[in-house]
Design a protein around this ligand. Structure first.
Ligand code: ASC
Length: 155
C-alpha cells in the first residue's frame, strides 16, 4: 500500500520538522554561546585556510573553494547566533553587550561580511588569484571591523 500526501500536508509536516529542529537548536543560553563559539572558530579556520592558500603558488583551488564556501555560508544570517540573553550575562563570552544595544550597527557590521564573502567565493570559482587576494583582504576587513566594536579583546 502506498500513500500520497497533498502538498498542504507535506507543508505541515515539513514545518513541524523544522520547528522540532529549531527547538533542538535553541537550547540554553550557555549551549548557544558554545555553539556560536564553535561556529565562529570554524569560520576563522576557513578564513585562515584561505590565507594559507593565497601564500602558495599555485594555490590548491579545491581547498580554497571549500574554505571560501564555508566563509560564504557563515556570512548568511549571522543574527541567528546572537539571540538575546546569550551575552556576558549568560556566561563567559567575548561577545560584548553593545551587540544587543546597538543592533542596527551590529547588523551593518554583519552586512559587510555578507557583501564581501560572495566576492571571495566567486573570485575562487574563476581562479583569479589577484581577485582572491583582494576579496580576502576585504573579508578580513569585515571580520576586523566587527571585532573592533563588538568583541572583547583576548585576555
Ligand atoms: C583572522 C581572524 C580574524 C581576522 C581578522 C582580519 O585570522 O581570526 O578575526 O583574521 O583579524 O583582520
Amino acid at each position: 500500500m502506498s500513500y500520497t500526501l497533498s502538498s498542504g500536508i507535506k507543508a505541515v509536516l515539513l514545518s513541524a520538522a523544522l520547528t522540532a529542529s529549531a527547538v533542538a537548536i535553541a537550547a540554553t543560553p550557555v549551549e548557544q554561546q558554545k555553539a556560536r563559539h564553535e561556529h565562529y572558530e570554524e569560520l576563522g579556520d576557513a578564513f585562515k585556510a584561505v590565507r594559507d592558500q593565497t601564500k602558495k603558488s599555485p594555490p590548491d583551488w579545491a581547498v580554497l573553494n571549500k574554505a571560501a564556501e564555508t566563509v560564504q555560508k557563515a556570512s548568511v544570517n549571522q543574527q541567528q547566533w546572537f539571540a538575546k540573553g546569550t551575552g556576558p550575562e549568560a556566561g563567559k563570552t567575548r561577545a560584548l553587550p553593545v551587540i544587543w544595544e546597538k543592533t542596527a550597527d551590529f547588523e551593518a557590521a554583519q552586512k559587510m561580511l555578507a557583501e564581501k564573502a560572495p566576492l571571495l567565493a566567486s573570485a575562487v570559482k574563476s581562479k583569479d588569484i589577484d581577485a582572491v587576494k583582494k576579496a580576502f583582504g576585504d573579508v578580513g576587513g569585515a571580520c576586523k571591523n566587527c571585532h573592533d566594536t563588538f568583541r572583547a579583546p583576548e585576555e
